[in-house]
Design a protein around this ligand. Structure first.
Ligand SMILES: Cc1cc2nc3c(=O)[nH]c(=O)nc-3n(C[C@H](O)[C@H](O)[C@H](O)COP(=O)(O)O)c2cc1C
Length: 181
């Protein structure tokens, strides 16, 4: 798939199943992440790869950290990681830098997430970028052996879409681009 087609047709898929990209394809996806723009070459990115049984462990970790107050919320958290065969937890490890504030390190990691989403799409797979309360919880960060100063920028759920053709929303160019003089 050429680059513009990938950019214009990527669509998040809420339902992801096997097959996952092969190991070689996964490496192509990881390489795409590592081409994210990076002010100061700080390499603020860290990616935790969660597959197979580790997804159940992640669900348990979410429950332990979030302490849900109803059975329904508990089950939702427990099952959340099972919505795809693989989850890539994208973390921005923030370094104090005189010229590169935290927001630039976070946006660099966001670019890496989008690069992976596009690379997966170009290879015929699908993904959805999710966050939610778990991404902003210090308890979740600590349970994942992260520092509270780290930012979980996204959980990229990856796999194959169960949908044939998800509609691409039409967004008017003129609503978002204007000539400035
Ligand atoms: C930072 C970020 C966090 C997001 N978190 C969620 C989320 O927790 N749950 C969700 O359903 N969609 C979330 N989304 C939106 C989806 O990834 C996706 O963009 C949305 O479903 C629209 O689909 P599209 O990207 O194909 O237009 C998030 C997007 C971003 C950029």
């Amino acid at each position: 798939m050429d680059a513009l087609t990938a950019l214009h047709t990527r669509k998040a898929s809420p339902k992801l199943v096997e097959p996952l990209p092969t190991d070689d394809e996964l490496r192509l996806i990881y390489q795409a992440a590592l081409r994210a723009p990076d002010h100061g070459m700080l390499r603020p990115w860290r990616f935790l790869l969660v597959k197979g049984q580790a997804r159940n462990k992640l669900g348990e970790l979410f429950v332990e950290a979030m302490q849900p107050d109803t059975e329904e919320k508990r089950n939702k958290l427990l099952k959340a990681p099972l919505r795809a065969p693989m989850i890539i937890i994208a973390v921005s490890t923030i370094t104090e830098h005189p010229k590169v504030p935290a927001i630039e390190q976070i946006t660099s990691t966001a670019a890496a997430v989008q690069n992976m989403s596009l690379a997966a799409h170009a290879l015929g797979y699908a993904s959805i970028w999710r966050t939610g309360a778990v991404a902003f919880s210090d308890k979740v960060k600590l349970a994942l052996d992260l520092s509270v100063s780290d930012e979980i920028v996204g959980l990229l759920y990856l796999g194959s879409s169960t949908y044939e053709n998800l509609p691409i929303p039409t967004v008017n160019i003129d609503d978002h681009f204007e000539e400035w003089s």
